[in-house]
Design a protein around this ligand. Structure first.
Ligand code: MN
Length: 128
């Protein structure tokens, strides 16, 4: 991993996407973005990001399905994925783990909480 960890943010909402991108860039991350699940899967394979932030509510393929496909591909399977969901619905945590996500964060995102989850997952990968 380089000095600037690369994060793929999959988020269809432009405002959320731009805001979170900027906040993470300010914290020293390189951010690439995808607006839907299909593009997210394609960019995961072509860009091999260090981590993926996956919105769950996406047009077309939702975040659960996109995550399953990324985790089904043995090349992209090791990339840690944090699911971002607007609803703290009961059962969401279970669905997250079932789909293969490594972590889960509810929106609106609390930056410090998200950053600590990102750092934990990135340091876990460094040791592999
Ligand atoms: Mn969305």
């Amino acid at each position: 991993m380089g000095t600037m960890p690369k994060i793929l943010l999959v988020e269809d909402n432009e405002l959320n996407r731009d805001m979170l991108s900027r906040r993470l860039q300010r914290r020293g991350f390189e951010i690439i973005t995808a607006v839907d699940g299909e593009k997210g899967i394609a960019l995961a394979a072509s860009e091999m990001p260090d981590l993926i932030l996956m919105d769950i509510s996406l047009p077309g393929l939702n975040g659960w399905e996109a995550t399953k496909q990324i985790k089904r591909n043995r090349v992209t399977a090791p990339i840690p994925i944090i699911a971002l969901t607007a609803h703290a619905m009961s059962g969401d945590r279970e669905k997250t783990l079932e789909a293969g996500c490594d972590e889960y964060e509810t929106k609106p995102v609390e930056l410090e909480v998200l950053l600590s989850k990102i750092q934990t997952l990135l340091s876990r990968r460094d040791r592999v």
